[in-house]
Design a protein around this ligand. Structure first.
Ligand SMILES: Cc1cc2nc3c(=O)[nH]c(=O)nc-3n(C[C@H](O)[C@H](O)[C@H](O)COP(=O)(O)OP(=O)(O)OC[C@H]3O[C@@H](n4cnc5c(N)ncnc54)[C@H](O)[C@@H]3O)c2cc1C
Length: 474
């Protein structure tokens, strides 16, 4: 017999939008398995509301029965934050049916969209209206703006436009009690008390369910050029970043660094992408220059920058993409690193940030430490150097199975790397969040007073611990 709770959820959202294991023809694995295939949970049900009122009614029903809720968008998160645990007692609240663009306000430079809107569709809607929505990341074809806000996603344009938090002006949120907070203001100034919007952003579904957001739009640049530069060291990459800031100013919209081994994995698994200049240089940098004047101006600026960098010795070779398709090809290589390392097998991932000035010393010291402690490991280093964010990933030695390597070394390697991050005043999670994966690490590396305040906020907003329990705060 169907549980009364499931019957009630079906009355709220419709039969077709409440999926359970009772129907043997329904495969729930797309909602139960995390993107990296590290965890497979078991949901009581997957519930797919179609509007905010349904979300509120679902939350009220869950609150009445103490049923935990795991909000989920595109399920591309990398820290096991959007899938249910193995208890079979949690519902997955999948937001993907709520994907409408509600409004565009050209004079206010804002767009209001529902949480389940796929990032790429949001970018396309902005583009169609003649604007730029600058958030951009490798998973943009399937991640949702609700998930981007939930994790305060970063991506490749942060150096100019900031994280998702900086792009958001207002939110509509369903609270843990099933009340609706109508906060979709498009205001750039509003000092009327505590900043609840910024509290919700980055809370990974533990404080409220984001149902819609009002986001900033920007003018489209007149020209956008991409360059690929080989650099002899991380120190040289940081020197190039300084020059790029000086010479391009706000035109610098992307600055990505890629280690030689990371690029060799793209070469191996996606040979059709043709990685340029990768074999000879320990590091390559991808730079983007967005210009409000013209392509001629952008190209002249870019060439002057690269000439100065060659002269200073921080670049050994460079190419500027001739056209849009070449530029897209270069970005495609950068964005394929995550997929190429997944093809290569499991590795130990670290999404860390360090003050930019200290990154060269961090990398040199930590690489040497790992080589000493875990001989043969291969470093898949890449990331958003412009924001001091490195994906500092540790791959098994040649010929060693990834699963075995993780099983035997993950804890030790994490401790070695995170202790180094703390020593260099960094963060153990720059942009992916805490989820379940880093929940045990937070008390070791987060300021205890900050943690106590976070616990107090959680208790005040979600006293029943219904929203994504066990994530962020454990
Ligand atoms: C190939 C690849 C590249 C990536 N590159 C980047 C990158 O450059 N930068 C970066 O920051 N991340 C990156 N990520 C990680 C991931 O894409 C982002 O974290 C993204 O923001 C998650 O969005 P999602 O819709 O898939 O969220 P999900 O994975 O479904 O959920 C993520 C978290 O947000 C919560 N959540 C989801 N929707 C809501 C909602 N409506 N209300 C409240 N909470 C919600 C979930 O409970 C969970 O805790 C990458 C991932 C992949 C697979």
């Amino acid at each position: 017999m169907t549980q009364p709770m499931i019957v009630q959820l079906r009355q709220i959202c419709g039969n077709a939008n409440v999926l359970t294991h009772d129907d043997p023809a329904t495969d729930l694995s797309p909602w139960e398995q995390d993107w990296r295939k590290r965890v497979r949970g078991r949901a009581l049900a997957v519930v797919r509301p179609g509007n905010t009122a349904q979300v509120a009614a679902v939350v009220k029903a869950c609150a009445a029965t103490s049923t935990p809720i795991v909000p989920q968008g595109g399920n591309t998160g990398l820290v096991v934050g959007g899938v249910p645990d193995s208890s079979g007692q949690q519902i997955v609240l999948s937001m993907t049916r709520m994907n409408a663009v509600r409004a565009i306000d050209p004079a206010n430079l804002t767009i209001t969209v529902e949480a389940g809107c796929v990032l790429q569709n949001l970018q396309a809607a902005a583009d169609k209206a003649g604007f730029l929505f600058p958030l951009s990341l490798g998973a943009e074809g399937s991640c949702t703006i609700g998930g981007n806000l939930g994790t305060n996603a970063g991506g490749t344009q942060v150096v100019r436009y900031g994280n998702t938090r900086e792009l958001c002006l207002g939110l509509e949120v369903v609270t843990a009690q099933g009340e609706i907070w109508h906060g979709l203001s498009g205001l750039r100034k509003d000092n009327t008390g505590y900043d609840l919007r910024n509290l919700m952003i980055g809370s990974e579904g533990t404080l409220g369910i984001i149902t819609a957001a009002t986001l900033k739009l920007y003018p489209q640049p007149a020209a956008q050029l991409t360059a690929w530069a080989a650099v002899p060291s991380m120190q040289a990459a940081v020197q190039l970043l300084g020059l790029a800031h000086q010479r391009l100013g706000p035109g610098l919209t992307g600055f990505e660094v890629m280690g030689q081994f990371a690029l060799s994995l793209v070469d191996k698994h996606y040979p059709q992408l043709r990685v340029p200049l990768s074999q000879e240089s320990p590091w390559c940098v991808l730079l983007e220059n967005s210009d409000s004047e013209s392509e001629t101006h952008a190209r002249a600026q870019f060439e002057a920058l690269l000439e100065a960098a060659l002269e200073a010795g921080c670049v050994t070779d460079a190419v500027v993409a001739e056209n849009l398709s070449q530029a897209q090809g270069l970005w495609h290589i950068r964005e394929s690193i995550t997929l190429a390392q997944a093809q290569e097998g499991l590795n130990i991932k670290h999404d860390i940030s360090i003050p930019v000035s200290r990154i060269p010393a961090f990398v040199a010291e930590t690489d040497a430490l790992l080589a000493r402690e875990v001989p043969g490991v291969r470093m898949v280093d890449f990331g958003h150097l412009g924001d001091g964010n490195l994906h500092y990933n540790v791959q098994a030695p040649e010929g060693v199975d990834g699963q075995t390597f993780l099983h035997e070394n993950e804890e030790r390697v994490n401790t070695l790397v995170f202790d180094q991050v703390a020593k260099f005043d960094g963060s153990i999670s720059a942009e992916h969040g805490v989820g379940e994966l880093k929940v045990g690490k937070l008390p070791l590396y987060k300021d205890p007073t900050a943690l106590a305040m976070m616990r107090a906020v959680k208790k005040a907003l979600d006293p029943q611990n219904l929203l994504n329990p066990g994530r962020v705060l454990g």
